[in-house]
Design a protein around this ligand. Structure first.
Ligand code: PEP
Ligand code: MN
Length: 367
């Protein structure tokens, strides 16, 4: 299913100076010197299209640095005049919107902690009624696609058509190498619902440490993400917020050079012919898989009728264990991932049980 939002293409509001599109800048504006020197070095790389900086920072615990506030907007203004880079800041309430607009900020973004709260999102959207400014909406902290979609709908409802989503990972109770789990499937679901919505990835907040940023950045590009937002600081070791996940402008430049930008479709006819041939093979195998699944389920039905007529239970754990074991070792021998095979077999098994249960129930109705 697709949603009907009025969304302008990214190219209508953002000129990428380089591929991939990169939005970069410090997690927080700290001092005028820190922001300006970072901005100048970023601009000098020629690879950054937008300067970001947090002016108001949502902190988990009180007493931590909560952003430099309005004065930072003056520094951003100066950075923009001196470097020519458009600017973006996070807004979390109507007052932030008013101040950011007054300071000439070019693009607004809504943070993960705001997207979770429809009251906050609506307050920001209401403050933007009648204003023509791009808004980028980060995913909510928790893996809830509806909240993300809902926030985009609220902004579109307020007349914002220059919209983008930012995938910044999701909070998870499980321990992992990431600060926030990428959960790509949610971003893919969002792209499926809103195919025209530009989607940007924020590897910094997914990773939580700079070492993993190249890996996640490449992964994002391979998933047809439209751009990257990466935190960059003149001296990350002394950053006031998110020190571990920021990179110097020079490191950012290297990181970008090492990324491979892939294209959704091949431009070379030889490559697209080869792809078309391979896709044909896949189509044929998919048809065969479906044919075989249908044949399998017909046999399952026959077994169900036989069990019903002879008063045998549907679920026989021994038989199921045997199936899993035999098939899993066969699959392993063919270099298939064990977890994938097990999940696949479990799905088929669940469908078989469902079919046999329906057959048993039908008998009860007849009696
Ligand atoms: C940020 O971009 O600095 C930030 C606070 O991000 P998030 O809302 O993704 O946590
Ligand atoms: Mn940050």
């Amino acid at each position: 299913m697709k949603l009907n939002l009025n969304i302008e293409p990214l190219s209508a509001w953002l000129k990428a100076s380089h591929q991939p599109l990169v939005i970069a800048g410090p997690c927080s504006a700290e001092t005028e010197d820190q922001l300006l020197s970072t901005a100048h070095l970023l601009a000098k790389t020629g690879k950054v299209s937008v300067l970001r900086a947090g002016i108001w920072k949502p902190r988990t615990r009180p007493g931590e640095f909560e952003g430099i506030g309005s004065i930072g907007l003056e520094w951003l203004k100066r950075a923009k005049t001196e470097t020519g880079l458009p600017t973006t800041v996070e807004v979390a309430n109507a007052k932030h919107v008013e101040e950011a607009l007054k300071a000439g900020v070019d693009i607004l973004w809504v943070g993960a902690r705001s997207t979770v709260n429809p009251f906050t999102v609506q307050e920001i959207a209401d403050a933007l009624k009648g204003v023509d400014i791009p808004v980028m909406v980060k995913n909510p902290v928790n893996p809830d696609l509806q909240l993300w979609v809902g926030a985009l709908e609220r902004f579109n409802g307020a007349g914002i058509t220059k919209l983008a989503a930012i995938s910044r990972g999701f909070s998870s109770y499980e321990k992992s190498a990431f600060r926030n789990e990428p959960m790509w499937e949610l971003t893919i679901q969002l792209k499926t619902l809103l195919p025209h919505l530009p989607v940007i990835c924020d590897p910094s907040h997914i990773c939580g440490n700079r070492e993993l940023i190249p890996y996640i950045s490449q992964k994002a590009l391979d998933l047809e993400i439209d751009g990257l937002m990466i935190e960059s600081h003149i001296d990350p070791s002394v950053a006031w917020t998110d020190a571990k996940q920021q990179v110097t402008p020079a490191a950012l430049s290297d990181l970008i050079d090492n990324l491979t930008v892939r294209h959704p479709e091949a431009t070379n006819p030889a490559v697209s012919d080869k792809l078309a041939e391979l896709r044909k093979q896949i189509d044929k195998i998919d048809d065969q898989l479906i044919q075989k699944l249908s044949e399998r389920l017909k046999i399952v039905e026959k077994i169900g009728e036989y069990k019903r007529d002879n008063d045998i239970t549907i679920l026989q754990l021994n038989r199921w264990d045997e199936i899993i074991q035999k098939r899993a070792s066969f699959a392993k021998a063919l270099s298939l991932d064990e977890e994938f095979t097990t999940k696949f077999l479990e799905l088929i098994h669940a469908e078989s049980i469902k079919k046999q249960t329906a057959i048993m129930n039908a008998k009860q109705v007849v009696q």
